[in-house]
Design a protein around this ligand. Structure first.
Ligand SMILES: *Cc1c(COP(=O)(O)O)cnc(C)c1O
Length: 393
């Protein structure tokens, strides 16, 4: 009796059954880094990978991480998934596992600050050529890919400008150039977007954000085909950015309500974006769910919801931002996103803390920008807090 589950059911149940002894209602958190073996031959057969048995937590992982990997693979429709200690652990490990000196990477200018640092510094240091394109200019990607490429790296929607890339169209260009197509889908989560179904090869998530959802655990997950994930897993074994059992448990527990939270994040963010767009102190609102968003049509076609993050520019620039943030009472100021709480941040202390002022200007990130990760509170309270804070400017 095999039944295809809807995504909400998958968020609650997928990947867990095999690991819950006696139908326990939660996965075990196994802290042991290794297991005992009765004799050398049985031990050696595990070491050779002939038996599906844990050897050492860094190479075979623990049951809690295995459950998380299986749940993400199910939600992204992937053959396999590999977990990491953080989103950056997942992104850096995947890129370094797939590239070698002389390889060529094509990506957009707008990627998460840590990823941008890899493209600007780490990969060139190891002899990898990186071409960064205007994030929403498909012609620029086509020109860069015409030279051939090993990896096409996309991030959509982007942090913090919420630009949207056409995954299907760019994946076609990437494949024609011989590239593997990687997508950071952290802002969308599997509830709003499934990049593999749109033609991507690998999808990456910072599990620290919406997947865990409560700002209490760090993690990252990579999903894709079995041979690619095997390379990534091997890289993790040697480079060591493996997920700890307690974080894996907290992320798994968070994921049981992912579909409910994302519904509320989507609804609240759209309502707040529409309200901000009408406010006289606000110059511009960046949110893919708004009709005024430059890639709204693409977002509508490839996403089921527009996510919980938006950003806005104040007419008063940086001075207004500095005045606004401390005036908020309900809304918190913090360098993360994707939590149940509504969080405000500015690029110089959050997404692009790794960049210099000049780099942020070059990336087109306005100085007076506020990023808002809209939580799951009642939206009238979020709006009321921003209304009183903006009124006093
Ligand atoms: C936060 C974030 C990352 C990095 O994840 P960590 O878990 O903080 O290492 C990568 N990509 C995006 C889009 C992010 O928002």
């Amino acid at each position: 009796m095999t039944q295809v589950w809807q995504t909400g059911t998958m968020a609650v149940r997928a990947g867990e059954s095999a690991l819950r002894a006696h139908d326990a209602l939660a996965v075990p958190v196994e802290f042991a880094v290794a297991h005992g073996y009765p004799d050398v031959p049985s031990w050696e057969s595990v070491a050779r990978g002939e038996r599906d048995c844990p050897l050492y937590a860094r190479n075979t992982a623990h049951p809690t991480a295995l459950a998380l990997e299986a749940k993400l693979a199910a939600l992204e429709g992937a053959a396999d998934a590999v977990s990491f200690a953080s989103g950056m652990g997942a992104i850096a490990s995947t890129l370094l596992a797939l590239l070698k000196p002389g390889a060529h990477v094509v990506a957009g200018h707008d990627t998460y600050g840590g990823t941008h640092y890899l493209f600007q510094h780490t990969l060139p240091h190891w002899g990898v050529r990186v071409t960064l394109c205007d994030t929403t200019d498909e012609e620029a990607f086509a020109r860069a890919l015409a030279q051939g490429a090993d990896v096409l790296y996309l991030e959509t929607p982007t942090n913090p400008m919420l630009k949207v890339q056409d995954i299907a169209a760019l994946a076609r260009l990437g494949h024609a150039a011989g590239a593997k197509v990687l997508i950071d889908s952290t802002f969308a989560t599997p509830m709003n977007q499934n990049p593999l179904a749109l033609g991507a090869d690998v999808v990456l998530h910072s599990a620290t954000k919406f997947l865990g959802g409560h700002a209490d655990a760090m993690g990252g997950v990579v999903c894709g085909d079995a041979p690619t994930m095997q390379r990534v897993r091997q890289y993790r074994e040697i480079h060591g950015a493996c997920l700890d059992p307690m974080s894996a448990f907290l992320i798994l527990r968070g994921m049981k309500t992912l579909h409910l939270r994302m519904r509320q994040h989507n609804d609240n963010a759209l309502a707040l974006a529409q309200w901000l767009e009408q406010h006289p102190a606000v110059q511009r609102v960046h949110y893919p769910g708004l009709a005024s968003h430059a890639q709204h049509a693409v977002a509508k076609a490839q996403m089921r919801g527009f996510g919980g993050v938006l950003s806005f520019e104040l007419r008063g620039g940086t001075a207004a931002v500095q005045a606004l943030l401390p005036r908020c009472a309900l809304l918190l100021r913090a360098a993360t996103l994707g939590s149940v709480d509504t969080l405000l941040g500015i690029p110089s202390t959050t997404s692009h803390v790794e960049c210099t002022e000049q780099e942020r200007v070059a990336l087109g990130i306005p100085a007076g920008l506020v990023r808002c990760s809209v939580g799951i509170e009642d939206v009238q309270d979020i709006i009321a807090d921003l209304a009183q804070a903006l009124a006093g400017l």
